[in-house]
Design a protein around this ligand. Structure first.
Ligand code: GDP
Length: 310
């Protein structure tokens, strides 16, 4: 990719989009138009089409989405389904009509069946029923994958789709109602330490296993795929290792320096029992994650302290 090629990162204020912009700027890319939600409403079809007609980006990374943890997904299926379908339909179609050279659509590991084989190969897509807590988001993301594949098949578009495992890092959402587990536990452990509390409440049984990838690693993988991957077949992006929620909670307490007890709120759902991506395809192309979990958590905690702890 030429450093002056125009690359549009949709969703640049989010966890993923922010990391992508940081990475692109570090690498010397200098033609990165930015639009936040106020400047351009991705749910507005004609506004999106006009933006693409006017700006004509060469490359698009579709990182804009309504996202949230297990509770938000479970409580607001209508919003997760409708908003994501609108956002991705508008952007993918406008990108094609504006002659975008390449588009990268970001999905997540929740697109796979609840009881998929572990680690989950890309071929598991649509092989069984989804986990109910994340079904609306998953259906929207699956529709996005299929739309990209349809543009590839019908029009020869170079629209690729990457499925990211559970992500964390700077700019994450630390709201306890809507966040994912890692950000939630970081905040809870910090607040428990500050209050000198005796216990920290963790949702569910602690038994589910999840794989966590630092968002800077994801950004690195996305740039790698833009350079090296031109297939409409989906490709998994993960670190290749998982950990139980109990182990994660213990690790976070250790990093934060909270030494009280863990208490389990089993009225909250566990969600899918395990989500570990098979990253053989990505490793085969020559990309691997580099940020160890403990180090990534410590760096994210540092960001939290500097930006949000007050
Ligand atoms: P998921 O990967 O789609 O299930 O999304 P989450 O990251 O929200 O949740 C992962 C797992 O962590 C689930 O089993 C949750 O029940 C568990 N968990 C434990 N404590 C928390 C918490 O405080 N917030 C969230 N979001 N999940 C938690």
């Amino acid at each position: 990719m030429d450093k002056s090629e125009k690359i549009f990162v949709a969703g640049y204020r989010g966890l993923v989009g922010g990391a992508l912009i940081r990475r692109l700027e570090e690498k010397g890319f200098n033609n990165l138009p930015k639009r936040d939600r106020v400047q351009l409403d991705f749910e507005d079809e004609s506004a999106v089409a006009k933006f693409f007609r006017d700006e004509k980006p060469a490359i698009v990374i579709l990182a804009a989405a309504r996202v949230g943890g297990i509770k938000a997904n479970n409580d607001f299926p209508v919003e997760f389904l409708l908003e994501n379908l609108r956002i991705q339909n508008n952007i993918i179609r406008a990108a094609h009509e504006a002659g975008v050279r390449k588009l990268l659509f970001l999905g997540s590991s929740c697109i796979y069946p609840k009881l998929a084989p572990q680690p989950i190969p890309e071929t598991a897509l649509l092989g069984g029923p989804l986990e109910p807590t994340g079904e609306a988001y998953a259906i929207a993301k699956i529709a996005g994958i299929k739309l990209c594949q349809a543009y590839a098949r019908e029009y020869g578009a170079n629209f690729i789709s990457a499925m990211a495992t559970n992500l964390y890092g700077p700019n994450d959402n630390f709201d306890l109602e809507t966040s994912h587990v890692l950000a939630a536990l970081l905040r809870k452990a910090h607040e428990a330490k500050m209050r000198k509390a005796h216990e920290l409440i963790v949702w569910g049984s602690g038994k589910p296993r999840r794989e966590f990838l630092h968002v800077d690693d994801l950004a690195s993988a996305c740039l790698f795929l833009l350079e090296k991957y031109d297939s409409p077949e989906i490709i998994n992006v993960g670190c290749g290792e998982d950990i139980s929620i109990r182990e994660l909670a213990e690790l976070i307490c250790d990093v934060v320096g909270f030494d009280g007890e863990l208490a389990w709120d089993t009225t909250k759902p566990d969600g899918t029992p395990r989500k570990l991506l098979d990253v053989t395809r990505l490793h085969g192309l020559g990309w691997q994650a580099t940020i160890p979990l403990r180090e990534g958590i410590a760096q994210t905690y540092d960001w939290f302290l500097k930006n949000l702890a007050h």
